[in-house]
Structures are given as C-alpha cells and as structure tokens.
Design a protein around this ligand. Structure first.
Ligand SMILES: [Zn+2]
Ligand SMILES: [Zn+2]
Length: 248
C-alpha cells in the first residue's frame, strides 16, 4: 500500500517497534500522549475552546502529574484555576438541585444518583488528555486494520517486534471483528496469533531461566536472554513500566 499522510504514523510506529522490540500501539499512544501534553501547555490554553475542555473534565492523576513535571507552572496554574472555578460552579448549581429522596436509612440502589455526586463524579473521572489520545488511537487502529491486507511490511515488522502487549492485543481482539469483514478478521488473526503465542513462549522460557539462575547449580551458566525477563514481562503483560517512563 502506498504511504499516505494518514498511514505514516502507523508505519513509523511499526518500524520503531521492530527496532525497540516493543508494542507498536504503545508507541503510537506514547507519541499521541506527548503531543497532547505539549498542546495542553502550549498556546492552546489561552484559547476559549481548549480551556472549556480542560475546565470541564480536568485530567487523570497520571496526566496531572505529567503536566506538573513539564515545569510550566504559570500555564498549569491558569488551567487549574479555571478548572477549580468550574468545580465551584457545579457544586453551587447541584447542591440543592432535586435532592435525592431518602425513604429509609439506606438509599436503594435504584435511586437516581444525587445531582451533586453525578456532577462531581463526571469531573473527577474525566481526563481530556486520555479522551483525546483514545480518540486518535482508535483512528490509528482503524488505519492499521485497513492497511493490513495490502501492506506486507506491517506483517514483517509485527513479527520483528514480537507482536502487541496484552492490553493492546485485547483491544485488537475487541475491535477487529467489528472493523474487518469476516475474511479480513480471520486473516489478521491467523497472522497475528502465532506471533503473540511465540512472544508468550519466549517470555515463559526467559522467566524460567531467570528463576533458575537463582539456584547455585546454574550460577555459572550463561544468562542468555533472561537478564531483563522480568521487566520485559511486566511491560508485556502488566502494561506497566513502559520503557519511555524509565521505570523498568
Ligand atoms: Zn501496547
Ligand atoms: Zn489521563
């Protein structure tokens, strides 16, 4: 398939994934996230539309932390100030609005959520960076599915990188059958399943050898590929400590 402007981020992610031996969708997500963090603290925060969005939902804990670490104290203070003002508005508006009827000591599970809870829960559980990243990532995944049958390079790169992390393999299992026709989905799964299976087998063997190396009888044996087996396994099946965070 000829490279188009919208296929480039997908192809680039698969190429980097093959070099880094990591999940291509994690790489796409990482790039989208850093672009979104930059956008949030860039000139956008002076624009009303962008500000209305951050006021309304704020961020999840991980993204508040990353924004704070970006060292734009003035920008983040301005964003946070109007977010706090929005919370005050919601509190004032909802405090006495249609209060929940209490029929007994315990409210029933069928009671409608109290407006105050509802309003604040909406803010507390939202994150506009997660929302933006999620939307764009879904578009990239759609593009990947449409490229897959006509782009043999994607297949070889997927093989070279060892497939997808567990989280993103599950995402593909969920979205694939809805986005590809039956034949397309079968072909995709036939190609990807053996890669995923092999990646799990390699992890199993490397972890097994890593554990054996604690035994004095194996002390003089070579490490092989097992030295980083645990962080590798945690990245693949735990979705934590991605290389980019420098954690593992
Ligand atoms: Zn991933
Ligand atoms: Zn978030």
């Amino acid at each position: 398939m000829k490279e188009q402007i919208y296929t480039i981020p997908v192809m680039d992610a698969f190429r980097s994934a093959a070099d880094e031996k990591s999940c291509p969708i994690c790489i796409m997500k990482r790039k989208l996230e850093s672009a979104s963090l930059e956008y949030t603290l860039g000139p956008s925060y002076m624009e009303d539309d962008a500000r209305a969005e951050t006021d309304r939902t704020g961020f999840c804990a991980a993204h508040w932390e990353k924004l704070y670490a970006a060292q734009n104290r003035l920008g983040l203070s301005l964003i946070t100030l109007t977010h706090v003002r929005h919370i005050i508005q919601v509190m004032d508006k909802r405090r006495n609005a249609n209060p929940i009827k209490r029929s007994g000591i315990f409210s029933k599970s069928t009671d409608p959520p109290a407006p105050l809870y509802d309003g604040l829960r909406g803010i507390e559980s939202g994150c506009c960076i997660c929302a933006r990243v999620g939307e764009s990532l879904n578009r990239y995944i759609d593009t990947m599915f449409s490229m897959w049958p006509k782009t043999p390079e994607l297949h070889t790169r997927a093989e070279d990188c060892g497939g997808f992390c567990l989280t993103h393999f599950v995402t593909l299992l969920n979205q694939g059958p809805r986005k590809l026709n039956e034949r397309g989905w079968r072909e995709f799964l036939d190609a990807v399943y053996p890669i995923q299976r092999k990646s799990m087998e390699t992890l199993e063997a490397d972890l097994d050898w890593f554990i054996k190396k604690f035994d004095y009888r194996y002390a003089d044996e070579p490490w092989g590929n097992s030295k980083d087996a645990l962080p590798r396994a945690l990245r693949t099946v735990g979705g934590i400590g991605k290389k980019e965070d420098g954690n593992v």
